[in-house]
Design a protein around this ligand. Structure first.
Ligand SMILES: Cc1ncc(C[n+]2csc(CCOP(=O)(O)OP(=O)(O)O)c2C)c(N)n1
Ligand SMILES: [Mg+2]
Length: 398
């Protein structure tokens, strides 16, 4: 099957519509025959699911050429966005905190494919790719990263505080674990208004040992909230390996009375299968934990080279054996849906999209200093704000 035909189908994908729209190729969209639309491909997830207090879903997944290509394209875009953010940071165009998601893309893409924008997602500070999955644009993302007016939080949140409420995305949180009880609040609202949607509350392995997680699990279980606790286990909390921080790193079992599932978080189809299963479960029975076994290639944040507490061999081993984008590339090639060259060209297009978004984001002005005092709760204290040099008063709180 020619790539252009698959490309045309994925650009009409209903799965990650705004993201794929953001990606829309400039090449002409040729017509997709109904056979292509209905062709079903069946394969098994990379590893079986391991479950706690529930029967695991089937390992057999079904997909279409259209979905396969949209997964490839969406993950390639996310990867490219994060690599570009790395360069912008090094060029000092992005300042402050910046936590990159490359390596973990299959979680964002697989989860999005299983749910709708009426379902809610809330996450920690590693939020750029989740935002894209929720329908955010590259332009809004880069403008936010560079502190520009055109950013999704008007340039006032930066890397850790992306939001898109109309896409069911509630941030972007810098306090480790704090988003989990907030996610339970969202699930409570969903149950209260009987709207049959669920909330995915994402947290890291580092947050998985916090007390507030267990308090949130208790309340969610007590009230049968449609809350899905997604532990993105990338095996490190900053520079601390999970075995140094957790007596039991089997995070899918740590909810005790709450069922759980361990998922290969590097396999977008396993993630999709698990999230679909979790949504059905949560609507019927209440909370469930999904432990996504994943990996981050970058250090914890841009200030961490990421190579002092783990070996380069470990990182390159994961890249070779488990990379989520390469996994999809292999599936596309083995099903002869595209040639290697076609996929490379495809990635070039993605690169161009990213470069164009960065150029546009740079044109967006910085927010007006008076914006410092909008969207804040407390007013009237006459607080003064200074520039980075601490010399010149930039604004006074009205
Ligand atoms: C309450 C709190 N304690 C400590 C920190 C500092 N801190 C920021 S990220 C982090 C590690 C979290 O690791 P993990 O939950 O595994 O998430 P990952 O960065 O791996 O995605 C720590 C300790 C913080 N932001 N908030
Ligand atoms: Mg971690």
């Amino acid at each position: 099957m020619a790539l252009s035909r698959i490309a045309s189908s994925s650009s009409r994908s209903h799965l990650i519509k705004p993201l794929t729209t953001a990606l829309s190729l400039r090449r002409p969209i040729s017509s997709l025959s109904s056979t292509d639309d209905t062709t079903t491909l069946t394969f098994e997830t990379s590893v079986p699911f391991t479950s706690h207090r529930c029967d695991p879903p089937s390992r057999t997944v079904e997909t279409t050429p259209k979905e396969l290509l949209s997964f490839f394209r969406d993950m390639a875009l996310m990867r490219r966005m994060e690599i570009a953010a790395d360069s912008l940071y090094k060029a000092k165009l992005i300042r402050g905190f910046c936590h990159l998601y490359d390596g973990q893309e299959a979680v964002a893409v697989g989860m999005e494919a299983a749910i709708t924008k009426k379902d809610c997602i809330i996450t920690a500070y590693r939020d750029h790719c989740i935002f894209l999955g929720r329908g955010g644009t590259l332009l809004e993302a880069f403008a936010e990263l560079m502190g520009r007016k055109g950013g999704c939080s008007k340039g006032k949140g930066g890397s850790m505080h992306f939001y898109k409420k109309e896409g069911g995305f509630y941030g972007g949180h810098g306090i480790v674990g704090a988003q989990v009880p907030l996610g339970c609040g969202l699930a409570f609202a969903q149950k209260y208004s009987k709207d049959e949607n669920v909330t995915f509350a994402l947290y890291g392995d580092g947050a998985a040992n916090q007390g507030q997680l267990f308090e949130a699990l208790n309340m969610a279980a007590l009230w049968d909230l449609p809350a899905i606790f997604v532990c993105e286990n990338n095996h490190y909390g900053m520079g601390t390996a999970e075995w140094r921080a957790a007596k039991s790193p089997a995070y899918y079992k740590r909810g005790d009375y709450v069922p759980g599932l361990k998922v290969d978080g590097m396999d977008a189809f396993a993630v999709k299968q698990a999230c679909k299963f979790a949504k059905e479960h949560a609507l019927k029975n209440g909370p469930i934990i999904l432990e996504m076994d994943t990996y981050r290639y970058h250090g914890h944040s841009m200030s961490d080279p990421g190579s002092t507490y783990r070996s380069r061999d470990e990182i390159s081993g994961v890249r070779q054996e488990r990379d989520p984008v390469e996994r999809i590339r292999k599936l596309i090639l083995s099903h002869e849906l595209a040639t290697e060259k076609e996929l490379k060209d495809f990635e070039k297009e993605v690169r161009k999209e990213v470069d164009e978004a960065i150029a546009k984001a740079k044109e967006s002005p910085m927010p007006d200093p008076s914006e410092l005092f909008t969207n804040v709760y407390v007013k009237g204290f006459g607080v003064e704000a200074y520039g980075a040099d601490r010399k010149e008063v930039r604004a006074v709180l009205p």
